[in-house]
Design a protein around this ligand. Structure first.
Ligand code: BTN
Length: 260
């Protein structure tokens, strides 16, 4: 990856033409890598994992699919911020690779990357801790070259690919390098506990404050007004009765102005 300017992220990397899931593989083999930044890239996943136990589908060679290993220090920021951090890195990297996208990019909490209201990238952060060892992986899937009929249809938010949205072809290598450059810089902030600097790039692409939202969390649906995110990355939602909810895990079901 020529555009890679990192110290560690992506410097140790493995490529699989086909694998079940880069996240699963990296979590299962984490002991092979001592430091943060080891990266596993695949051309195709047969059992790609999405959030909430869903599958993440791809067509061979048409997506960017990779996972990065992290070994957060105990004094680092809360793990919930990793999700936001990764979403911001992916979105800003896409905007830099093709400036045509920069005005149209939005982040849907916690980390879905949308262009013109259509999901082009998903991120799954998974962590394990066994005894004194703990690690996390950030898994990134970007739809690059799929056509409409190669994308899943039964999704809550419509999916799209970068190729469907811009005439400029995006190089998979260059995009991977740009994302890894951003991720490493953001992870340095994460390790130093610099929460505000971590949240700002995410917030700059998030929904406008005051957007009406419905969020599914823990089996129930909470409706309210979007009031930003908290220092642990939790979604803040002001309910109709004025209660401020801090939602650590959940999914936004709808919005009224996010793709304006
Ligand atoms: C989502 O939006 O549901 C998250 C999708 C995350 C997909 C990526 S692809 C690379 C990595 N390996 C996986 O199995 N999942 C993530």
């Amino acid at each position: 990856m020529q555009a890679l300017r990192t110290r560690r992220f992506g410097q140790e990397s493995l490529f699989f033409e086909e694998i079940d899931s880069t996240n699963r593989w990296l979590l299962a083999n984490e002991e092979l890598f001592r430091l943060s930044g080891a990266t596993v890239v695949a051309d195709h996943q047969t059992a790609g994992r999405g959030r909430y136990g869903r599958q993440w589908h791809d067509t061979q060679g048409k997506s960017l699919l990779f996972s990065v290993l992290l070994r957060p220090e105990s004094k680092a920021s809360p793990l919930g911020l990793l999700s936001l951090m990764a979403g911001a890195a992916v979105a800003h990297a896409i905007g830099r690779i093709d400036s045509h996208f920069s005005e149209k990019l939005r982040l849907k909490w916690p980390n879905d990357v949308l262009i013109d209201g259509r999901k082009v990238a998903g991120i799954l952060v998974e962590s394990i801790s066994a005894g004194t060892r703990s690690c996390a992986v950030i898994g990134v899937g970007v739809n690059l070259r799929q056509s409409e009929d190669e994308l899943p249809k039964a999704t809550r938010w419509p999916a799209s690919s970068l190729q469907m949205l811009s005439a400029n072809p995006v190089s998979r290598e260059d995009l991977a390098a740009e994302i890894l450059n951003d991720l490493e810089a953001a992870y340095d902030l994460f390790q130093e506990g610099r929460t505000v600097e971590l949240i700002d790039p995410w917030a700059s692409l998030s929904l406008p404050l005051g957007t009406e939202l419905a969020v599914e969390s823990g089996g129930s649906v909470i409706k309210g007004i979007y009031a930003g995110v908290g220092t642990e990355g939790q979604l803040l939602l002001k309910g109709t009765d004025g209660t401020l909810h801090g939602i650590h895990s959940g999914e936004i079901l709808w919005k009224d102005t996010c793709d304006e």
